[in-house]
Design a protein around this ligand. Structure first.
Ligand code: DC
Length: 222
């Protein structure tokens, strides 16, 4: 059966996950947060006392840990819901190292493609339109200025009860932008056929409506 895939890529905190979740909900598609998978791998390293900068040790976990989504669509590590742990600062500070290792990317991309084979998906990440799902029906490249993104993540963390400083978040976002877009294998990049949406001055509702219009204009019979 033909599956539909909507790919939403862009830098950290550009609002991808918020709008991807709403769109998935409206279309009754599965939302797939691929960033959560890289974060869960990073968390697994920290939990096993592996320095995320040590590529050899980090990749030794491939095949030994199980990363998946449970019935509530929460990220799990070896069956345990780690959705809160993966948002902590120690994970955010180290995830760019983990997501730059080719072997880890190959493994997580394999899992992402498996998920997209079984369901209609809205998948967000950095390389979904350019690499993971090259044949996605709709590709969005969502951006926003770094300061605005830091503001959004700061508010999000406060709402979740996670203590943080705005300056640290901004530094982390700028550092991750750099590493994500400069890594050798599958960097953050706009697919040639992706539509760019700058959300700096847009509300969530405006972004959602723009994407829904793009989906409709593509002629998808949803
Ligand atoms: O979207 P996020 O901030 O939760 O992503 C966490 C990290 O994972 C981010 O630094 C980039 C990386 N990532 C990636 O390299 N490829 C993806 N498809 C998704 C995330």
């Amino acid at each position: 059966m033909k599956r539909f895939a909507i790919a939403i890529d862009g830098p950290s905190s550009s609002g991808k996950s918020t709008v991807a979740k709403i769109i998935a909900n409206k279309l009754n598609f599965l939302y797939v947060d691929t960033g959560a998978m890289y974060r869960a791998f990073t968390y697994a390293c920290l939990k096993n006392n592996i320095d995320p900068k040590d590529e050899e040790k980090a990749i030794s976990l491939i095949g030994k840990i199980n990363i998946s989504f449970n019935e509530e669509n929460h990220i799990t590590l070896d069956g345990v819901d780690v959705s809160k742990e993966i948002r902590e600062n120690d994970v955010a500070d180290n995830v760019s190292y983990i997501s730059s290792y080719k072997d880890i990317r190959v493994e997580l991309v394999r899992l992402q493609r498996e998920i997209a084979k079984k369901a209609n998906v809205v998948m967000d990440g950095r390389d979904i339109g350019s690499h993971v799902l090259k044949n996605a029906d709709v590709k969005i490249y969502q951006v926003a200025e770094a300061k605005e993104r830091a503001k959004r993540r700061y508010k999000e963390n406060l709402a979740k009860g996670i203590e943080c400083s705005f300056e640290d978040i901004l530094k982390n976002i700028e550092k991750r932008d750099y590493i994500d877009s400069h890594r050798a294998f599958s960097p953050l990049t706009k697919a040639n056929d992706a539509i760019v949406l700058d959300t700096t001055y847009m509300s969530i509702e405006e972004v959602v409506n723009s994407i829904l219009k793009i989906i409709k204009d593509k002629g998808l019979d949803l």
